[in-house]
Design a protein around this ligand. Structure first.
Ligand SMILES: Cc1cc2nc3c(=O)[nH]c(=O)nc-3n(C[C@H](O)[C@H](O)[C@H](O)COP(=O)(O)O)c2cc1C
Length: 359
């Protein structure tokens, strides 16, 4: 039923000098469909359709900052100029349709070098063109994964620069938001979590030590990214493993991220342990967005099993988050924002080509 007051989900949000027309953000989702890290027609149609569908912001999949930082050989990248040129076609289309183009930049760490999910997703052998993953410590993610090579301090500096250069390239490619992937058990989360970081140097040990590298990366990206544009970070708010990385640690991290100029924390969870028990249920990660918003005093995004317009609206109306990231529901229905707006009684611009379908 239509509501009389104007819904939060379709109110604009301003971060730095960027105004995003509504608060439905497309969550980053790997497509495993690139060759040499280059976005192609699949990415244009996949991302472009969600812009046509009315999402205020459309985010690319995790795009690697270096070739060895790829999860699979099908990952997109942003480590060279040819990739930036390929993305430009996509960002232009997204922006021409009234949406904001965002890119998630990532390094897979010890979870790199795996096969495509629909081919089993297992670690690649040498014969399958697998490569040696790197990580804070020599601890494999799970059975069958390679033991990662421990990163030296000099290599950390190179990866930090790779993130910063990726952000600068993303700006040239026309993106208006960069999100650093610090979640799901990939490289930066591996530094944060005691499950994967057993270093005895300045980059391990205490919470402060484990946060040092991820926060340095955020600082470097902020310096390379245009001042007037917002920077997001996706974190895992908990490892879902007793005694490991947890919400109080995430609050400390979010405060540090805010201090280095991060504008929004996108609140996910898990990914660092193959045996974690994740209590997935509708909206199960929303309390993380609410807590980080109030405890760290920065904007947050809520994500995870948010599938209905009413559910998304209530999260915003109750000030639990500033934006809603939608993943799989947007794969099922690219036009979800248009139908959600109708359900909530919000005015939203339909693509003129589709106006005859508007009721
Ligand atoms: C096919 C697929 C690929 C994904 N790839 C990424 C990714 O590249 N980066 C990321 O942070 N999360 C990734 N995720 C997680 C989603 O962004 C999202 O957080 C998760 O699916 C929960 O939200 P949902 O219930 O709305 O799908 C992926 C999820 C799916 C289903």
């Amino acid at each position: 039923m239509a509501m009389s007051s104007s819904p939060c989900l379709f109110s604009p949000i301003k971060l730095r000098e960027l105004t995003i027309s509504n608060r439905v953000f497309m969550s980053p989702m790997c497509q495993y469909s690139a060759v040499d890290g280059l976005a192609n027609d699949w990415h244009l149609v996949h991302l472009g359709t969600r812009a046509v569908g009315g999402a205020g912001l459309v985010m690319t999949e995790a795009s690697a900052v270096s070739p060895e930082g790829r999860i699979s050989l099908g990952d997109t990248g942003i480590w060279n100029e040819a990739q930036a040129d390929a993305w430009q076609h996509v960002t232009q289309f997204i922006k021409n349709h009234g949406s904001v183009a965002a890119i998630q930049i990532a390094h897979a760490g010890r979870k790199a070098a795996t096969d495509l999910p629909w081919r089993g997703g297992r670690p690649l052998s040498d014969a399958q063109d697998g490569w040696q993953p790197v990580a804070p410590s020599a601890i494999a993610f799970d059975d069958g994964y390679r033991v990662p090579e421990v990163l030296s301090v000099a290599e950390l500096a190179r990866i930090e620069s790779a993130f910063a250069e990726a952000a600068a390239r993303a700006a040239r490619a026309g993106f208006d938001v960069v999100e650093i992937h610090m979640a799901h058990g990939y490289l930066l989360h591996e530094f944060l979590s005691p499950l994967s970081n057993r270093r005895t140097d300045a980059y391990g040990g205490s919470l402060e030590g484990r946060m040092r590298f991820p926060v340095a990366v955020a600082r470097a990206v902020r310096a390379a990214w245009p001042e007037h544009l917002p920077l997001f970070v996706r974190i895992s708010a908990t490892d879902w493993v007793p005694g490991a990385w947890d919400l109080p640690d995430a609050i400390r991290l979010a405060r540090e991220l805010k201090a280095v100029g991060v504008d929004l924390v996108d609140c996910s969870s898990g990914g660092s342990s193959a045996s974690a028990k994740v209590p997935a249920a509708p909206g199960y990660q929303v309390p993380f967005a609410a807590t980080l918003r109030s405890e760290a005093g920065l904007a947050t995004g809520a994500v995870g099993l948010i599938t209905s317009a009413r559910q998304a609206e209530d999260i915003l109306a109750q000030s639990q988050a500033d934006a809603i990231l939608i993943g799989r529901e947007l794969l099922r229905n690219p036009y979800w924002p248009l139908t959600a707006a109708r359900e909530l009684g919000a005015a939203i611009d339909w693509p003129p080509q589709y106006l005859r379908a508007k009721i």
